[in-house]
Design a protein around this ligand. Structure first.
Ligand code: NAG
Ligand code: NAG
Ligand code: NAG
Ligand code: NAG
Length: 487
């Protein structure tokens, strides 16, 4: 991978920024005055008069941003993603502060807080991980409140603050986020500096309205109150680099070149908004439906871009592998997983809500990796999770599934939609190359964190800085999973 010196990267971005962001806005040439002298009205035909009146109306609307102009202010933007460690994580880039400090973060629909590592981390931050410097931002405000996230084998802790956050062409002022100064080993892995939660405010540890939700509830800011993902697959490609092109995140619109056919939206079940919940209506393995009834109750799933694999109730997971001859529970390092013969191509399908569509997961995604001790056996991507005593749903449906569809997360009506990937999208799978160069949104609009629309269009400097790539190769299984599960 070729790394640009940092200064060069930044200056290229700035150059791009002014170009891309040149939003049309009417203005008078400076220093020119307008004569107030009343002119004799020219004779106009009725058609001309009509056209003239329309022009006046549009001019007024443009000035106040109402009527037709209201739509013009709306926008969408996108962010090219990075696929880390053969589909382990999908990373986007954002900027925090004034001037913007850029970070690579996991874009996570399974949680609702934004946090980045602090300059003053008391625990080791891996080489190549950018850290946030509050003193370098003129808009930084500390909230002086502690923040922490805990999970199975690690934690991140720090303090809450507010600052300007930019992602995918949008800017939210006074966004609450956490500046984290304690991170357990393995949580940050170069170049990831933190995480952007893309679920709903009611599950935010900070209590803050998440970035995406501020935009979605601010009327007229987004073209549509939604965001969407296309995720690439590299886990069955040869010569996979640590960082590969990861697909496309789009805010405020869907990207028609990345899917075909209709988007099959299914509502989040009533009263369940928090995670992006979908009820699993049917699950087949090799064409046979699996009994979904479980001691954990309703087969609800969080649709979670921040989780690598698919977790489900142990009794149902057991039935899935019972339908795959030669499968067995993993032992030792593979404790908590199942293995099956690599020669078996396993196809699982999932149906959600009241949909008639059974979405297939490719055998390449079901096969997570080879058993290091027995290369004829493979580790399956479905594994048991125990949600008892938590508010998490019984199932966590992560990237193993999401790489197979175009996925749309819609605020209103609160729903998740899936569509078939287009050939354009599929062609990106396994297609190596540099992980994306810095991405600038195609348009920009700013809102304040309370969700009221702001009038200033603003440049988006959300940029990705290519930091030192680690060694290629498969990350330790447990670490990857824990990371995915937790967020
Ligand atoms: C980080 O450390 C620097 C230098 O010691 C200090 O000036 C700054 O206030 C610290 N920032 C935070 C957020 O603790
Ligand atoms: C749609 O996605 C493709 C692939 O990432 C990108 O090149 C294109 O610019 C996107 N289009 C829009 C309108 O966002
Ligand atoms: C599904 O499993 C539950 C729990 O073991 C059982 O009570 C039920 O009869 C099963 N349903 C079918 C259709 O096999
Ligand atoms: C990887 O898996 C996909 C989906 O099953 C398949 O279309 C593709 O050919 C596979 N690529 C390789 C290199 O085997």
């Amino acid at each position: 991978m070729i790394l640009l010196p940092l200064s060069l990267t930044v200056s290229c971005l700035l150059a791009l920024g002014s170009d891309v962001l040149a939003a049309p806005h009417p203005s008078l040439p400076v220093g020119q005055s307008i004569s107030l002298m009343r002119r004799q009205a020219a004779r106009r035909s009725p058609a001309e008069q009509g056209a003239y009146l329309q022009k006046r109306r549009l001019a007024l609307e443009a000035k106040y941003g109402i009527g037709h102009a209201k739509n013009k202010k709306r926008a969408s933007g996108f962010n090219l993603l990075t696929n880390q460690d053969a589909d382990s994580s999908f990373i986007g880039s954002l900027a925090i502060g004034t001037p913007g400090q850029s970070f690579d973060v996991i874009l996570d629909t399974g949680s609702s807080d934004l946090w980045v590592a602090s300059q003053n981390s008391t625990t080791d931050v891996p080489n190549g991980v950018s850290t946030f410097k509050p003193s370098s931002s003129s808009t930084f405000k500390s909230e002086n409140k502690p923040f922490d996230i805990t999970y199975d084998s690690g934690a991140a802790a720090g303090t809450l603050a507010q600052d300007t956050v930019q992602l995918a062409g949008f800017k939210v002022n006074s966004q609450t986020f956490a500046v984290v100064n304690q991170v357990s080993n393995g949580v940050l892995s170069t170049p990831v500096s933190g995480l952007m939660g893309l679920a709903w405010s009611n599950i935010a540890s900070s209590g803050a309205t998440p970035f995406w939700q501020s935009l979605a509830i601010s009327s007229g800011t987004l073209d549509s109150p939604l965001f969407a993902f296309q995720l690439t697959r590299f886990n069955n490609a040869s010569n996979v680099q640590d960082l590969e092109p990861g697909g496309t995140f789009t805010m405020g619109a869907v990207n028609n070149s990345l899917f075909t056919g209709n988007i099959d939206y299914q509502d989040i079940p009533s009263g369940q908004v928090g995670y992006w919940i979908q009820q699993i209506a049917d699950l087949t393995v090799q064409g046979t439906s699996i009994n979904l009834s479980s001691s954990t109750g309703t087969p609800n799933a969080a649709i979670d871009t921040g989780t690598t694999l698919v977790g489900g109730p142990s009794d149902v997971i057991e039935r899935i592998y019972a339908a795959i001859p030669g499968s067995a529970q993993g032992t030792g390092q593979l404790q908590g997983y199942y293995t099956y013969p690599c020669s078996t191509q396993v196809t699982v399908t999932l149906k959600f809500g009241s949909s008639s569509v059974a979405w297939p997961i490719s055998p390449a995604d079901f096969e997570y990796q080879q058993d290091p001790n027995d290369p004829s056996q493979c580790v399956g991507a479905f594994f048991p999770v125990d949600n008892s005593g938590t508010t998490a749903p019984a199932w966590i449906v992560g990237d193993t599934f999401l790489k197979n569809v175009y996925s749309v997360f819609r605020a209103n009506p609160a729903s998740v939609g899936f569509a078939q990937l287009s050939n354009t999208a599929l062609a990106m799978n396994g297609k190596g190359g540099a992980a994306p160069s810095p991405t600038i949104g195609s348009a920009g609009a700013a809102v304040s964190a309370t969700g009221s629309p702001g009038s200033d269009r603003t440049s988006n400097s959300a940029m990705r800085i290519q930091a030192g790539a680690g060694l290629g190769g498969v990350t330790v299984l447990a670490a990857v999973t824990v990371m995915g599960m937790l967020f």
